[in-house]
Design a protein around this ligand. Structure first.
Ligand code: ADP
Length: 235
């Protein structure tokens, strides 16, 4: 029912934010642990006098790591198995289908996959899935009266670097130039009244650029929108 679907959509968004936040916490925590170990070495014999304090800090850092890992497992149940950064883009597209199936059928939107690709991309499979789900859900929101989303995959070089291009095109309401120029800003949303957070695209861009890729959007009011993602190939 509608209520259930809204709840599951909300949960998907919470999952996305959780995963992004948890992933970002991992690095500073690793730096903390590393420097704590270093500090213990530097103060050498004096460390014994601060044994309780060191133990407390060790325990609390462990605790943060455990919480973060649990959050990641909650947000990415199937895929959280290490961080293999090598994904067949066709798998990532296939991963999206179960997550958006209900939303598609409720909105009368169909999703078609096009193009051919022979390369793998340099990105974690769950992260790529997360990016694609964001784009697909946005495309569905842009087509309240139904329509078609076409996901086109192709091998494409950019600046001499081999990579893969993924285009997500909708036939929705489109955007004017002023809106287009702001959509990747955190908290920019035109859907504040219907649960928009304005975080989806900014997270997408962070994830993509961290892998050395890029994402941009083109379109105009009434003529739909195409998001184009380019990611370097995993060699
Ligand atoms: P949210 O969906 O929570 O608003 P996003 O960062 O995903 O946050 O998107 C920001 C804004 O970009 C949306 O509010 C909407 O105005 C615009 N937008 C994103 N995707 C599309 C699309 N496919 N068609 C039209 N507008 C879009």
């Amino acid at each position: 029912t509608t209520r259930k679907l809204i709840v599951s959509e909300k949960l998907a968004t919470i999952g996305e934010i959780t995963a992004a936040a948890a992933h970002e916490i991992n690095n500073p925590v690793a730096v903390l642990q590393g420097n704590l170990d270093l500090l213990r070495e530097i103060i050498g014999p004096h460390a014994a006098g601060a044994a309780t304090e060191f133990r407390l800090m060790d325990e609390q850092i462990q605790r943060i790591s455990q919480i973060v890992n649990r959050l990641l497992q909650f947000a990415r149940p199937e895929e959280y198995a290490g961080w293999a950064a090598r994904t067949d883009p066709r798998d990532a597209v296939a991963d999206c289908l179960p997550l958006v199936r209900h939303l598609l059928s409720r909105s009368g939107v169909t999703l078609r996959q096009d193009g051919q690709v022979g390369r793998q991309v340099l990105m974690n499979r769950t992260e790529l899935q997360q990016v694609l789900v964001n784009l697909i859900v946005n495309a569905i929101h842009a087509m309240p009266a139904g329509g078609e989303i076409v996901v086109t995959l192709s091998d494409a070089d950019e600046g001499g670097t081999p990579g893969v291009r993924i285009a997500v095109a909708d036939q929705g309401v489109g955007m004017d130039a002023a809106t287009l120029s702001r959509i990747f800003e955190p908290f920019f949303t035109t859907r504040a009244g219907s649960g928009g957070t304005g975080l989806g695209l900014s997270i997408c861009r962070t994830l993509v650029e961290r892998q050395g890729g890029r994402i941009d959007a083109a379109g105009s009011p009434g003529r739909g929108t195409t998001f184009t993602l380019w990611l370097p190939a995993a060699l």
